[in-house]
Design a protein around this ligand. Structure first.
Ligand code: PMV
Length: 317
């Protein structure tokens, strides 16, 4: 049996503006996807469990799917199986990440699957190769969309700065709370919306992008120093700028205000493409527990996470 696990991610600062080349910061989180591979003579079987799917299985040999919602994870794992011309194996996926929430659930499934399937076949791929293959496969399944950030974070872990290129950042772990609206988000349509706005109002949106990029740059030393109060303020400013670009929603705002109000957060913002998906909040004096309660009372799903966590982990039994 070969097992690999890889982390999900949050974008701390800089989403959308990064599409036009300014800096963004992403961090790996301690919610992970795990892929087990074991011999299964005569067939290729995929089984999966996660927070939203509550278990399904799919038999590639007979084409039988036991849950319609399974399609998402199956598409990614099937692409990995085709890449490695995999046969005679059972692949089990376990993920603690909600799907289509902007937490990198597909990237960590792809990275863990590439690592586990290739190792099970006796290959020894480097992390760089795993990150590159995973990015190519994720992009192919998503029909051309997707930045290398999610697969890079799932592989290397820690924090990354994304601008024209991707650079690791040496920053300490950070406690955060993630609030999921329960509404899936659609990165492609949100990016198109913002890019159309930029074309139409370039004199207004250009400076907003510049301000977002400046926030990312300013946040780096604050994370290093552990200056949570100022970091929280930057999160609030970043959220306001994202809202001005039209990517917030009533559900996201409700979670942001619950986090800042009853949750006592030092700062809260949407994370990722917006339109749905998640917020992140930085715990204040009342700690993460108060935030979890406040977000749940506002009808969100809440997770305590640590950012900057370990990347891909491989185990052979
Ligand atoms: O929500 P996600 O994880 O798909 O993040 C999208 C981030 C954007 O900046 C909006 C798009 C991108 O490719 O960087």
């Amino acid at each position: 049996m070969t097992t690999a696990s890889a982390p999900g991610k949050i974008i701390l600062f800089g989403e959308h503006a990064v599409v036009s080349g300014t800096a963004a910061i992403g961090g790996a989180i301690d919610l992970r996807a795990t892929v087990h591979v074991q011999d299964e003579p005569g067939r290729v079987l995929i089984t999966a469990e996660d927070l939203t799917l509550r278990g399904f299985s799919f038999d590639l040999t007979t084409g039988r799917i036991q849950s319609a919602q399974a399609a998402h994870a199956i598409r990614y794992v099937s692409a990995v199986l085709r890449e490695f011309d995999a046969r005679d194996m059972q692949i089990s996926i376990k993920s603690s990440l909600p799907l289509a929430a902007g937490l990198g659930s597909s990237a960590c499934i792809v990275v863990a699957a590439v690592a586990a399937v290739s190792r099970h076949q006796g290959h020894s791929l480097s992390r760089k190769e795993i990150a590159e293959i995973s990015y190519r496969l994720e992009k192919m399944v998503q029909q051309g969309l997707g930045s290398p950030m999610d697969t890079a974070l799932a592989t290397y872990g820690g924090y990354l700065q994304i601008a024209q290129d991707i650079q690791p950042l040496d920053l300490p772990l950070l406690d955060m709370v993630v609030g999921y609206t329960g509404t899936p988000h659609d990165t492609k349509s949100e990016v198109e919306k913002v890019q159309n706005l930029r074309k139409r109002y370039s004199d207004l949106v250009g400076p907003i992008f510049q301000a977002i990029g400046a926030i990312s740059q300013r946040a780096i030393p604050l994370i290093k120093e552990g200056n949570a109060a100022e970091l929280g303020q930057l999160m609030n400013i970043n959220h306001g700028l994202l809202a001005s670009l039209g990517v917030s929603s009533r559900e996201l705002e409700e979670l942001v205000f619950a986090a800042r109000g009853a949750g006592g957060a030092l700062g809260a913002k949407l994370t990722g493409a917006g339109g749905g998906g998640c917020i992140i909040a930085l715990p204040g004096r009342a700690g993460p527990e108060a935030l979890l309660v406040a977000i749940r009372q506002a009808r969100g799903m809440a997770f305590k996470v640590v950012t900057g966590c370990e990347g891909l982990r491989l185990e052979e039994v």
